[in-house]
Design a protein around this ligand. Structure first.
Ligand code: F6R
Length: 261
């Protein structure tokens, strides 16, 4: 796992976008992106949009797969992840909407929708680079503590903590749905590279547990310790709990040129 500690959230966005852009250039215009919602990746998406606008990366034939979707919101609800992804990813990056996929939280048969989502990812050839945020309780996607480390896309129930954290996007906490469809931890591990971004002191415990703690279903993000190509990009506040911070800074300062991005 590579851990990059940045001075602030803006630098987190720039460094993480550079990593995603490196994959996009290597794979080419048909790159398959895995995308997260929430506040953490917004700076990353803005930086990627700037790279597209500058002609520095070509996403003209790119596909994207979102991690998750609420169940129970009316179709077209501004906080449904289908809408959030359209506003924050599809439009700014100029992606073809027909190649952007979000789990169908509006389906009558949610279990079938979950299976079909897995099949669609496989049909696209798998995710080249998965962008992740992390919940204060260590979740990735909506894989809450005690999620199976080999889980696939399925229906889950959100914890009270996650519903409280996400209440800021809704008029009242009760409006945050209880159920969701989310890619599983096994699905996320199948991505060829993963880039996790986190900012702020509220994420410090989760980042420490994910990076330095034991591999445990109680901290779903700790499953990334099993991934061969996981990059964790955090600001100083989110890195504050790491006991290995100095080592990561030393690695950054001594990286060979060919490993830089
Ligand atoms: C959303 C998702 C979640 C968020 C996490 C952090 O698609 O996958 O795991 O990344 O809840 O959310 P923010 O970034 O809003 O703190």
């Amino acid at each position: 796992m590579e851990v990059v500690i940045c001075k602030d959230a803006a630098q987190v966005g720039a460094v993480a976008a550079a990593k995603v852009a490196q994959v996009a250039r290597r794979v080419g215009p048909s790159v398959v992106l895995g995308v997260a919602t929430g506040s953490s990746p917004l700076a990353l998406y803005s930086e990627l949009a700037a790279l597209v606008a500058a002609g520095s990366i070509d996403l003209s034939h790119a596909s994207a797969f979102a991690l998750d979707e609420y169940v129970g919101l009316p179709q077209g609800h501004p906080e449904s992840y289908a809408e959030v992804i359209r506003r924050t990813v599809t439009e700014p990056l100029g992606l073809d909407p027909s190649r952007v996929h979000v789990p169908d939280g509006f389906a009558d048969d949610l279990a079938l929708a979950a299976e079909q989502y897995e099949a669609a990812i496989a049909a696209a050839g798998g995710v080249d680079v998965q962008i992740l945020g992390i919940g204060a309780n260590g979740h990735i996607g909506f894989n809450e503590p005690t999620s199976s480390l080999s889980s696939r896309t399925r229906i889950k129930i959100l914890t009270p903590r996650t519903r409280a954290d996400n209440a800021r996007f809704f008029d009242s906490p009760e409006q945050v749905p209880i159920h969701c469809l989310t890619q599983g931890l096994g699905t996320i591990l199948d991505a060829r590279e993963v880039v996790l971004v986190a900012n702020g002191q509220s994420k410090a415990d989760a980042v420490r547990a994910a990076v330095e703690g034991p591999l445990t279903a109680m901290v779903p993000a700790s499953v990334l310790q099993l991934h061969r190509f996981a990059t964790v990009v955090v600001d100083e506040a989110a890195a504050a709990g790491l006991t290995t911070g100095d080592f990561h800074a030393f690695i950054r300062d001594n990286k060979p040129e060919w490993q830089r991005y």
